[in-house]
Design a protein around this ligand. Structure first.
Ligand code: VGL
Ligand code: ZN
Length: 206
Protein backbone atom coordinates (compact mmCIF):
# COMPACT_ATOMS: atom_id res chain seq x y z
CA UNK A 1 0.00 0.00 0.00
CA UNK A 2 1.20 3.48 -0.85
CA UNK A 3 1.95 5.53 2.22
CA UNK A 4 0.40 8.96 2.50
CA UNK A 5 2.57 11.85 3.55
CA UNK A 6 0.87 14.99 4.83
CA UNK A 7 3.65 16.89 3.10
CA UNK A 8 2.53 15.77 -0.38
CA UNK A 9 -0.48 16.91 -2.38
CA UNK A 10 -1.93 15.73 -5.68
CA UNK A 11 -2.92 18.57 -8.01
CA UNK A 12 -5.44 17.51 -10.66
CA UNK A 13 -5.46 20.17 -13.37
CA UNK A 14 -8.65 20.95 -15.32
CA UNK A 15 -10.12 17.45 -15.61
CA UNK A 16 -13.30 18.94 -17.11
CA UNK A 17 -15.79 17.85 -19.75
CA UNK A 18 -14.88 20.49 -22.36
CA UNK A 19 -11.30 19.16 -22.45
CA UNK A 20 -12.39 15.60 -23.18
CA UNK A 21 -12.26 14.27 -26.78
CA UNK A 22 -15.35 15.49 -28.62
CA UNK A 23 -15.50 18.62 -26.46
CA UNK A 24 -14.82 22.11 -27.85
CA UNK A 25 -11.22 22.00 -26.60
CA UNK A 26 -10.85 18.23 -26.68
CA UNK A 27 -7.41 16.98 -25.67
CA UNK A 28 -6.45 13.70 -27.37
CA UNK A 29 -6.43 10.82 -24.89
CA UNK A 30 -7.72 12.92 -21.98
CA UNK A 31 -10.56 10.45 -21.49
CA UNK A 32 -8.05 7.75 -20.53
CA UNK A 33 -6.75 9.70 -17.50
CA UNK A 34 -9.57 9.29 -14.99
CA UNK A 35 -8.85 5.70 -13.86
CA UNK A 36 -5.12 6.41 -13.62
CA UNK A 37 -5.67 9.50 -11.51
CA UNK A 38 -8.34 7.88 -9.34
CA UNK A 39 -5.89 5.04 -8.74
CA UNK A 40 -3.47 7.46 -7.10
CA UNK A 41 -5.93 9.33 -4.87
CA UNK A 42 -5.33 7.02 -1.92
CA UNK A 43 -1.70 8.09 -1.73
CA UNK A 44 -2.50 11.68 -0.78
CA UNK A 45 -4.15 13.28 2.21
CA UNK A 46 -4.44 16.53 0.24
CA UNK A 47 -6.01 16.42 -3.23
CA UNK A 48 -6.69 19.65 -5.12
CA UNK A 49 -8.57 20.00 -8.39
CA UNK A 50 -8.24 23.12 -10.47
CA UNK A 51 -11.16 24.16 -12.65
CA UNK A 52 -11.02 26.47 -15.67
CA UNK A 53 -14.02 28.71 -15.02
CA UNK A 54 -14.58 31.43 -17.60
CA UNK A 55 -17.33 34.03 -17.85
CA UNK A 56 -19.26 33.95 -21.16
CA UNK A 57 -17.33 35.98 -23.73
CA UNK A 58 -13.96 35.51 -22.03
CA UNK A 59 -11.16 37.35 -23.85
CA UNK A 60 -9.32 34.09 -24.60
CA UNK A 61 -12.17 32.96 -26.84
CA UNK A 62 -11.61 33.38 -30.60
CA UNK A 63 -15.30 34.28 -30.80
CA UNK A 64 -14.49 37.60 -29.09
CA UNK A 65 -11.89 38.62 -31.70
CA UNK A 66 -13.37 39.45 -35.11
CA UNK A 67 -11.73 37.36 -37.82
CA UNK A 68 -9.72 35.20 -35.41
CA UNK A 69 -9.69 31.44 -35.82
CA UNK A 70 -9.31 29.03 -32.91
CA UNK A 71 -5.68 27.96 -32.53
CA UNK A 72 -4.25 31.22 -33.89
CA UNK A 73 -1.99 33.40 -31.80
CA UNK A 74 -3.39 36.83 -30.96
CA UNK A 75 -3.18 39.27 -28.11
CA UNK A 76 -5.19 39.95 -24.98
CA UNK A 77 -4.61 43.07 -22.92
CA UNK A 78 -0.98 43.28 -24.06
CA UNK A 79 -0.14 39.61 -23.58
CA UNK A 80 0.26 37.00 -26.33
CA UNK A 81 -2.88 34.88 -26.33
CA UNK A 82 -3.85 31.69 -28.12
CA UNK A 83 -7.36 32.08 -29.49
CA UNK A 84 -9.33 29.22 -27.97
CA UNK A 85 -12.75 27.86 -28.85
CA UNK A 86 -15.38 28.84 -26.27
CA UNK A 87 -14.87 26.44 -23.36
CA UNK A 88 -15.45 25.94 -19.64
CA UNK A 89 -18.04 28.66 -19.25
CA UNK A 90 -18.88 28.92 -15.55
CA UNK A 91 -21.90 26.91 -14.55
CA UNK A 92 -22.16 24.90 -17.77
CA UNK A 93 -21.93 21.13 -18.11
CA UNK A 94 -18.70 21.59 -20.07
CA UNK A 95 -17.06 23.28 -17.10
CA UNK A 96 -17.95 20.49 -14.66
CA UNK A 97 -15.26 18.14 -13.47
CA UNK A 98 -15.58 14.84 -15.34
CA UNK A 99 -18.07 12.29 -14.12
CA UNK A 100 -16.37 9.64 -12.04
CA UNK A 101 -13.93 11.96 -10.31
CA UNK A 102 -14.93 11.37 -6.69
CA UNK A 103 -15.67 14.86 -5.43
CA UNK A 104 -15.73 13.65 -1.81
CA UNK A 105 -12.04 12.78 -2.19
CA UNK A 106 -11.10 16.34 -3.21
CA UNK A 107 -9.81 18.43 -0.34
CA UNK A 108 -10.43 21.64 -2.30
CA UNK A 109 -11.25 22.99 -5.76
CA UNK A 110 -9.52 26.14 -7.00
CA UNK A 111 -11.15 27.98 -9.91
CA UNK A 112 -9.27 30.18 -12.36
CA UNK A 113 -9.84 32.19 -15.52
CA UNK A 114 -12.65 34.30 -14.15
CA UNK A 115 -11.20 37.68 -15.18
CA UNK A 116 -12.35 38.27 -18.78
CA UNK A 117 -9.26 40.36 -19.58
CA UNK A 118 -6.58 37.79 -18.81
CA UNK A 119 -6.16 34.05 -19.31
CA UNK A 120 -5.09 31.89 -16.42
CA UNK A 121 -3.31 28.68 -17.28
CA UNK A 122 -1.71 28.19 -13.88
CA UNK A 123 -3.58 27.16 -10.78
CA UNK A 124 -1.59 29.76 -8.86
CA UNK A 125 -1.56 33.02 -10.88
CA UNK A 126 -3.12 34.48 -14.02
CA UNK A 127 -0.90 34.76 -17.10
CA UNK A 128 -0.04 38.38 -16.23
CA UNK A 129 0.80 37.33 -12.65
CA UNK A 130 -1.53 40.01 -11.32
CA UNK A 131 -4.12 37.81 -9.66
CA UNK A 132 -3.33 35.03 -7.16
CA UNK A 133 -5.80 32.18 -6.57
CA UNK A 134 -4.55 31.67 -3.01
CA UNK A 135 -3.50 28.09 -3.75
CA UNK A 136 0.12 28.50 -2.64
CA UNK A 137 -0.77 29.96 0.74
CA UNK A 138 -3.47 27.37 1.21
CA UNK A 139 -1.01 24.54 0.53
CA UNK A 140 1.64 26.02 2.80
CA UNK A 141 -0.97 26.43 5.52
CA UNK A 142 -1.55 22.68 5.38
CA UNK A 143 2.17 21.98 5.60
CA UNK A 144 2.40 20.78 1.99
CA UNK A 145 5.89 20.96 0.50
CA UNK A 146 5.73 18.47 -2.35
CA UNK A 147 3.26 18.38 -5.28
CA UNK A 148 2.42 15.72 -7.83
CA UNK A 149 0.78 17.38 -10.85
CA UNK A 150 -1.50 15.58 -13.33
CA UNK A 151 -4.28 16.51 -15.76
CA UNK A 152 -4.69 18.59 -18.91
CA UNK A 153 -3.25 20.12 -20.86
CA UNK A 154 0.43 19.18 -20.50
CA UNK A 155 1.53 22.06 -22.75
CA UNK A 156 -0.77 24.67 -21.15
CA UNK A 157 -2.36 24.49 -17.73
CA UNK A 158 -0.31 21.56 -16.42
CA UNK A 159 2.91 23.20 -17.59
CA UNK A 160 2.11 26.61 -16.09
CA UNK A 161 0.90 25.11 -12.82
CA UNK A 162 3.99 22.94 -12.42
CA UNK A 163 6.35 25.77 -13.32
CA UNK A 164 4.75 28.24 -10.91
CA UNK A 165 4.81 25.60 -8.17
CA UNK A 166 8.55 25.07 -8.67
CA UNK A 167 9.18 28.82 -8.75
CA UNK A 168 7.22 29.14 -5.51
CA UNK A 169 9.56 26.67 -3.86
CA UNK A 170 7.50 23.48 -3.89
CA UNK A 171 9.14 20.21 -4.79
CA UNK A 172 7.27 19.23 -7.96
CA UNK A 173 6.72 15.95 -9.79
CA UNK A 174 4.84 15.91 -13.09
CA UNK A 175 3.49 12.37 -13.45
CA UNK A 176 3.44 11.99 -17.24
CA UNK A 177 1.05 9.00 -17.50
CA UNK A 178 -1.56 11.19 -15.78
CA UNK A 179 -1.23 14.05 -18.30
CA UNK A 180 -2.26 14.72 -21.91
CA UNK A 181 -1.38 17.66 -24.16
CA UNK A 182 -3.07 19.73 -26.89
CA UNK A 183 0.02 19.81 -29.15
CA UNK A 184 -1.21 22.71 -31.33
CA UNK A 185 2.27 22.60 -32.87
CA UNK A 186 4.07 19.25 -33.05
CA UNK A 187 6.67 19.16 -30.29
CA UNK A 188 4.83 21.49 -27.90
CA UNK A 189 4.60 18.82 -25.20
CA UNK A 190 8.27 17.83 -25.53
CA UNK A 191 9.32 21.48 -25.35
CA UNK A 192 7.11 22.04 -22.30
CA UNK A 193 8.67 19.04 -20.54
CA UNK A 194 12.21 20.20 -21.37
CA UNK A 195 11.43 23.62 -19.92
CA UNK A 196 9.96 22.11 -16.79
CA UNK A 197 12.96 19.85 -16.23
CA UNK A 198 15.19 22.92 -16.52
CA UNK A 199 13.00 24.62 -13.92
CA UNK A 200 13.62 21.75 -11.52
CA UNK A 201 10.41 19.77 -12.04
CA UNK A 202 10.86 16.01 -11.89
CA UNK A 203 9.07 14.46 -14.87
CA UNK A 204 8.24 10.83 -14.07
CA UNK A 205 7.20 8.34 -16.71
CA UNK A 206 5.85 5.49 -14.57
C1 VGL B 1 -6.43 25.15 -20.92
C2 VGL B 1 -6.41 26.29 -22.88
C3 VGL B 1 -7.35 27.15 -22.42
C4 VGL B 1 -5.89 24.01 -20.11
C5 VGL B 1 -7.37 26.01 -20.42
O1 VGL B 1 -6.57 23.53 -19.19
O2 VGL B 1 -4.75 23.58 -20.40
N1 VGL B 1 -5.94 25.29 -22.15
N2 VGL B 1 -7.84 27.02 -21.18
ZN1 ZN C 1 -9.45 28.24 -20.54
Amino acid sequence: METTSPESALIIVDLQNDFMPGGPLGVPGADSLLPLIVGRLGGFSTVVATQDWHPPGHGSFASQHPGAQPGELGELDGLPQVMWPDHCVAGTRGAELVDGLPLDRLTAVFRKGQDPRVDSYSGFFDNGRRGDTGLADWLRGRGVRRLVVVGVATDYCVQYTARDAATLGFEVELWLPGCRGVELQPGDVARALDGLRSAGVEVTEA
